[in-house]
Design a binder for this molecule. Sequence first.
Ligand code: SF4
Length: 77
Amino acid sequence: MLQARVDKNLCVGCRLCIELCPAVFVRSEDGTAYSQLTDIPAEERQSCQEAADACPVDAIKVAEVPATITFDVKTRK
Ligand code: SF4
């Protein structure tokens, strides 16, 4: 799955990523941006990458990551 992460220590809150890809990036209370999705859908991938490329401080990283596997916890009887 594709994930986008914003480094809050680098983000200057210019909102460019939010304008370019509002389905993924939103503004937090402290003015920095963050990704609200854990798996970027196919239709948002291009605009998400454009936002990462446009970030003036290179605060956005977009990468494929392995999907998380979860197990149901069952107790033995
Ligand atoms: S484009 Fe970069 S600096 Fe601007 S709000 Fe988004 S992450 Fe922050």
